[in-house]
Ligand binder design. Structure first.
Ligand code: PLP
Length: 353
């Protein structure tokens, strides 16, 4: 257990407190590296994945290939960039189309552009897992750099930076149960990427600013726990399957988004054509069940999800989709309570009424 005085030193100072803070950072760097199978020298701490994604996209690319399912922290810097956009298509099950990626990369290589391909490991709304290693292999053939936003993956599916053969990868501590406001960019040794935050020699001159020692320590601890979460993941997967099977029994017309694609175990994304997502959310809330529409960051301004639009799903699906999240705390009783509430709100008797 760390005490406040353990992290009080400035890790750039040579006195004992400084050295202690430095040791804490380096231990956390090893823990994060182990989680994603990278070398500690490849892990650079940032304020989160938003910064890590912005950093990669801010480099001077001529062209950026990406699909519309990416997180806002990827799409917003692309929108602000002067690089040419190469839009990649996505199947209705949420998986980016590898043939489309192959063609786009070949065309960009012919134009001898400095191109970045960015493809997330797993989508934050649908949980759908993307073929990052295959896409990276195609990119290698054409001399294209590859970034992956891996925020949703660690602790849920194996993350192997080395085997995926990507150049950069972003992770965030709070998605692992760690503190908010800290994350990392994993940058392959030897790959040049100009610093985004300049003005200090920290992180070997790649990210200026005094390190967030307590945040980094928490990130390391969360990474160490997440690296051993395989059993928890299996348990949650069973609960999610029970939930989805129960929903289908109660509401045969319900659509489980992405169900025929490889998916993370912790989300069920359910649409009931003809029902408004807002209505489902409010009725479930009255039954004591909290679900969201679309991305968590955009709930509150219920609009339709850019991810579902990128999957070319019609308005009857995009307008009615609600997302149920499960986690390590979820128990059998929670699934039973959800299904009882669902039956009341969207079971055949409720839909007929
Ligand atoms: N990328 C994805 C897929 C996310 O789900 C999130 C946040 O939840 C982010 C990036 C942003 O991460 P952070 O909150 O660390 O900036």
């Amino acid at each position: 257990m760390l005490a406040a005085q353990d992290v009080a030193g400035n890790p750039s100072s040579v006195h004992a407190e400084g050295r202690h803070a430095r040791a804490i950072i380096e231990a956390a760097r090893e823990q994060v590296a182990l989680l994603v199978n990278a070398k500690p020298s490849e892990v650079i701490f940032t304020s989160g994945a938003t910064e890590a994604n912005n950093w990669v996209l801010a480099a001077s690319w001529n062209a950026i290939a990406f699909a519309g399912i990416e997180h806002d922290s990827v799409t917003a810097p692309i929108a602000a960039s002067s690089a040419k956009r190469i839009d990649l298509s996505v199947a209705t099950n949420g998986v980016a189309d590898l043939d489309g990626i192959r063609e786009a990369l070949a065309a960009s290589a012919e134009a001898s552009e400095r191109t970045l391909l960015t493809l997330m490991m797993a989508n934050n709304e649908t949980g759908v897992i993307q073929p990052v290693a295959q896409a990276a292999a195609l990119a290698r053939e054409h001399g294209v750099m590859v970034h992956t936003d891996a925020v949703q993956a660690p602790g849920r599916i194996p993350v192997d930076f080395a085997a995926m053969d990507v150049d950069t990868l972003s992770v965030s501590a709070h998605k692992l149960g760690g503190p908010r406001g800290v994350g990392a960019l994993v940058l392959r040794d030897g790959v040049e990427l100009p610093a985004l935050i300049k003005g200090g020699g920290q992180e070997r001159r790649r990210r200026g600013g005094t390190e967030n020692v307590s945040g980094i320590a928490g990130f390391g601890a969360a990474a160490a726990v997440a690296a051993n979460e395989k059993d928890a993941a299996r348990r949650i997967a069973k609960l999610r399957d029970r939930l989805e099977n129960g929903v289908k029994r109660a509401t045969p017309a319900a659509v489980i988004i992405g169900s025929d694609a490889p998916r993370l175990i912790n989300t069920a994304y359910i649409a009931v054509p003809g029902k408004l997502a807002e209505t489902l959310i409010i009725k479930l809330d009255l039954e004591g069940i909290a679900v969201s529409a679309g991305a968590a960051c955009s709930s509150g301004k219920v609009g339709s999800s850019h991810v579902l639009k990128a999957m070319n799903l019609g308005p009857e699906i995009t307008g009615s989709a609600v997302r149920v999240s499960l986690g390590p705390q979820t128990q059998d009783d929670d699934i039973a309570a959800f299904l009882a509430a669902w039956e009341k709100v969207a079971g055949s008797a409720a839909l007929a009424a």
